[in-house]
Ligand binder design. Structure first.
Ligand code: SF4
Ligand code: SF4
Length: 103
């Protein structure tokens, strides 16, 4: 069962979840290394619309990322709160769009 990052991540982007993921399946609109060049306290303004996403095709459901998130943005797919159910498709769509950019 895949995990999902909800919009609660928007403008936080502290990347704590990335460090614990054993399969490296968490990505954002810009490379993680580039995102980390911006100090944490400036990310809310500089990345005000950004969030990270979990690739549902690669996530192994290990749950390591969930407790790392300071804003409780990560849920197992079956446990996503009702107000965030659209985020399940948004995570998948992000990676579909990324792959279509390759061609
Ligand atoms: S549940 Fe595990 S594999 Fe899936 S995104 Fe979180 S850390 Fe990565
Ligand atoms: S730990 Fe939470 S807030 Fe930080 S990048 Fe991951 S999902 Fe977003």
């Amino acid at each position: 069962m895949s995990f999902v990052i909800t919009t609660a991540c928007v403008a936080t982007c502290d990347t704590a979840c990335v460090d614990v993921c054993p399969v490296d399946c968490i990505q954002g609109p810009i490379p993680i290394e580039e995102l980390r060049l911006v100090p944490l306290e400036k990310r809310a303004t500089q990345f005000s619309t950004f969030q990270l996403y979990i690739n549902p095709d690669e996530c192994i459901g290990c749950a390591a990322c969930e407790p790392e998130c300071p804003v409780e943005a990560i849920y197992e797919e079956d446990s996503v709160p009702a107000k965030h159910t659209e985020d399940i498709a948004r995570n998948a769509r992000f990676f579909l769009e990324q792959s279509s950019l390759v061609f």
